[in-house]
Design a binder for this molecule. Structure first.
Ligand code: PMP
Length: 363
């Protein structure tokens, strides 16, 4: 069989997701493992979302609402924008793919921070884009340098706030300076997958009514603070002109019926969101204290995850932690060969992580 694959597709390094717990337990012969590798919500899904899913089960013979009417309207109201400014997707990954497909031709340029969420580079590369990676400065996204790399060929700039994997944020002031220098014809994507967790009052937050009058797209997701990663729902807030283009090229039923119902219910479950934020903030502080006790360097974060310098190859620490039943993420693929990333778990999971790390590093 002969396949003709474009060079720019052949060159893509596959995204390596955190493996499912079941797969790792099988491979390593372990049980009752703790997964802190994919920035998921350790509390599980919102109970109100679960009830909505149960309710929706008997209608699974029907197609979903292709317009996502209820969810779109609810999100628009929550953000103070018009429903025409909202596009829902099969995870925010879906919106990233739609934006790239709508705006980027082979040879066009896309500016991304480095290191950051790998799907920006993968998706842009798959469209034949030239990806300009701009290094972070002291772990923070360098918006001045990023706008400095914009050329006449640039179509998209990705900002991740808080940034995965560093957990750092950009300020409103830095963003305003960036926007003032941004030439016409460039769309800025501000990925706020973790924005609910940010405690820093100076943290930029977009997706407001004033943002949809300029070329700014805000991405949010139900996968993290709302605990619905397995269901796949995300959304973008953007100028109506751009939303209209995305609607033309998206799959007609890109968000399934249960996902729509669950997301609508999750937005009403304020108690669950508060419990989640409280757990994550207390967990972060407890983990920081535990790591200080172990004399380790870590990086304070505005998200539900953070980086730890383990002072030795992270791939080895990852393997040894697995044998202790704790799943972490090695940051080698992100250019931090000695760092691991963990997300906050339940209290007992955080304790188990600290104990396992102490054991592994003592060896
Ligand atoms: N953006 C960032 C920064 C992420 O970390 C992730 C998930 N790891 C996503 C987007 C994708 O989220 P979703 O589940 O909504 O596709």
């Amino acid at each position: 069989m002969k396949l003709t694959i474009p060079d720019y597709i052949q060159a893509i390094e596959p995204y390596v997701p955190g493996k499912p717990i079941e797969a790792l337990e099988r491979e390593y012969g372990i049980q009752n493992s703790v997964k802190l590798a994919s920035n998921e919500n350790p509390l599980g899904p919102s109970p109100m979302a679960l009830a909505a899913i149960r309710n929706g089960l008997t209608r699974l013979h029907r197609y979903p609402d292709g317009a996502g009417h209820l969810l779109t309207h609810k999100l628009a109201e929550a953000c103070g924008v018009a429903p025409e400014n909202v596009v829902i997707g099969n995870g925010s990954d879906d919106i990233i793919a739609l934006l790239v497909r709508a705006l980027v031709r082979p040879g066009d340029q896309v500016v991304v921070p480095q290191p950051s969420f790998l799907m920006y580079t993968i998706t842009a590369s798959a469209a034949g884009a030239v990806v300009e990676s701009v290094p972070l400065k002291s772990m923070v996204m360098d918006l001045d340098a990023m706008v400095g790399r914009v050329t006449a060929d640039t179509r998209l700039v990705f900002i991740c706030n808080p940034n995965n994997p560093t957990g750092t944020v950009v300020t409103q002031k830095a963003f305003d300076r960036f926007m003032a220098r941004l030439p016409d014809g460039v769309v800025v994507v501000v990925d706020e997958a973790y924005i609910e967790f940010a405690r820093n009052a100076d943290c930029l937050k977009t997706g407001r009514p004033s943002d949809v009058d300029r070329p700014v797209v805000t991405l949010r997701t139900f996968s993290k603070a709302y605990g619905l990663a397995g269901l796949r729902v995300g959304y973008g807030i953007m100028p109506a002109m751009l939303a209209e283009v995305l609607h033309r090229i998206r799959q007609p039923f890109n968000v399934n019926a249960l996902a729509q119902a669950a997301a609508v219910a999750a937005l009403d479950d304020r108690a669950f969101l508060h419990r989640t934020l409280d757990l994550v903030h207390r967990g972060l502080d407890a983990l920081y204290a535990g790591l200080e006790g172990l004399g380790l360097t870590y990086f304070k974060s505005e998200a539900n995850f953070f980086l730890i310098d383990v002072g030795q190859p992270a791939d080895i620490v990852f393997e040894n932690m697995l044998r202790q039943g704790v799943i972490v993420r090695s940051m080698r693929a992100y250019g931090f060969p000695d760092y691991i990333r963990i997300n906050v778990g339940l209290e007992n999971e955080n304790r188990r992580f600290l104990e396992a790390l102490e054991t592994v590093l003592a060896k």
